[in-house]
Design a protein around this ligand. Structure first.
Ligand SMILES: *Cc1c(COP(=O)(O)O)cnc(C)c1O
Length: 377
């Protein structure tokens, strides 16, 4: 089955008890057993819930993976993966990771006794040279937030395999519609389903997909042990969003490309970051590992902080808000919003300047979005 068909049908057979076509919200904590230990595979809803199973099965299928696990947030998924490690273990992380991921890796992992180093992963070769004897995980995302840098997935996974280090790819920005990391050798795919997968800015969630039985068993154990699981209603909302992922992503990418090209020609714009533009540094690699360039566009307004503030506050169709990936367009000022937890010197070193603005391009009429940007600039 192809992507759009799987998004609508994988894990979502009609309900066996009632024939309900849409997976019901199994709003129950427990399941009645016929006899001691005789049940239908469900015992307690932290451990398993049928609405969650439908979502986990569908996500696994869309990533071409064997196993899916969902969580109450993307950060809960990240924390659960890190809980696999033991004191003394090393994590090699890309220096361009989501602010909340950075906070977990830089601030809380040390209490677990983990060593984390953040290295530029745009140069895959020098990045993987930082793998040491204690390295247990390589952590990266591509395209990155908010600079939309592209990291060569295959170059990293091939080197990691040789060194027997597991890789985690945060696929939130591309979604499985445009990029499937397991096919390129990644061990664990991670998502904030809060973003494009849910797609309507109304539910927070996270997910992990893997094809390794061993990693799945360990992560499934930790999912239940830690218990940062999504509610049945959250699973249902996410599953509902997922059904239209393919059509939404096509429109997000189409609008984003048009906006990126328009911004690139604007006299008050210093630089545009969109992997779909030929001038983008990662464009050639992006073409090999993505089937489309998704809906995020960042740009630097000429005039630094004052100019960026003016633009962000003058937009009318774009809402000034955190988060991304919903059907509505959002604008964000990374320096003080998404990356507020990253120290200024680190932020500037990776290129998140004071003039930088990030757009999550929605699926509205693109002419309205361009007109809005025009008046704000
Ligand atoms: C939002 C986000 C996360 C964290 O997910 P939450 O659902 O907010 O906990 C992780 N990675 C990326 C790339 C994100 O955009």
């Amino acid at each position: 089955m192809d992507f759009s068909t799987k998004a609508i049908h994988a894990g979502q057979k009609a309900d066996s008890a009632t024939g309900a076509t849409i997976t019901p919200i199994y709003q129950t904590t427990t399941y009645t057993q016929e006899a001691l230990g005789k049940h239908k595979g469900y015992e307690y809803s932290r451990t398993q819930n049928p609405t969650r199973t439908a979502l986990e099965t569908c996500l696994a299928s869309l990533e071409n993976g064997k196993y899916g696990l969902t969580f109450s947030s993307g950060c809960a998924a990240t924390a659960t993966v890190l809980a696999m490690l033991k004191p003394g273990d090393h994590v090699l992380a890309s220096d361009e990771v989501y602010g909340g991921t950075w906070r977990l890796l830089a601030e809380t992992a040390k209490y677990q006794g983990l060593h984390v180093t953040f290295v530029n992963a745009r140069n895959a070769e020098s990045f993987v040279k930082c793998v040491g004897a204690e390295t247990k995980l390589i952590w990266f995302e591509t395209p990155t937030n908010p600079l939309l840098s592209i990291i060569d997935i295959k170059a990293i996974t091939e080197a990691a395999r040789k060194k027997k280090v597991a890789t985690v790819l945060d696929n939130t920005f591309a979604t499985p519609y445009f990029q499937r990391g397991l096919d390129l050798g990644v061990d664990i795919i991670l998502h904030s389903t809060t973003k494009y997968i849910g797609g309507h800015s109304d539910v927070v969630g996270g997910a992990i997909v893997t094809s390794s039985g061993e990693l799945y068993e360990r992560l499934k154990f930790l999912q239940n042990a830690i218990g940062a699981v999504p509610s049945p209603f959250d699973c249902w909302l996410t599953l509902r969003g997922l059904k239209t992922l393919a059509v939404r992503m096509e429109k997000h990418a189409e609008n984003a490309e048009e906006i990126a090209k328009w911004l690139a020609k604007h006299k008050k714009v210093e630089r545009v970051f969109y992997p779909g533009l030929k001038e983008h540094k990662g464009h050639d690699i992006a073409k090999t590992q993505m089937s489309g360039f998704s809906g995020m566009v960042s740009f630097e307004a000429k005039g630094g902080f004052e100019a960026a503030k003016k633009v962000a506050e003058s937009l009318k169709v774009f809402s000034l808000a955190e988060s991304l990936g919903g059907v509505e367009s959002l604008v964000c000022y990374p320096a003080t919003m998404t990356h507020a937890s990253v120290p200024k010197e680190d932020r500037l070193r990776i290129g998140i300047t004071d003039g930088l603005i990030r757009l999550s391009v929605g699926i509205e009429d693109v002419a309205d979005l361009i007109e809005d940007l025009g008046q704000a600039l």
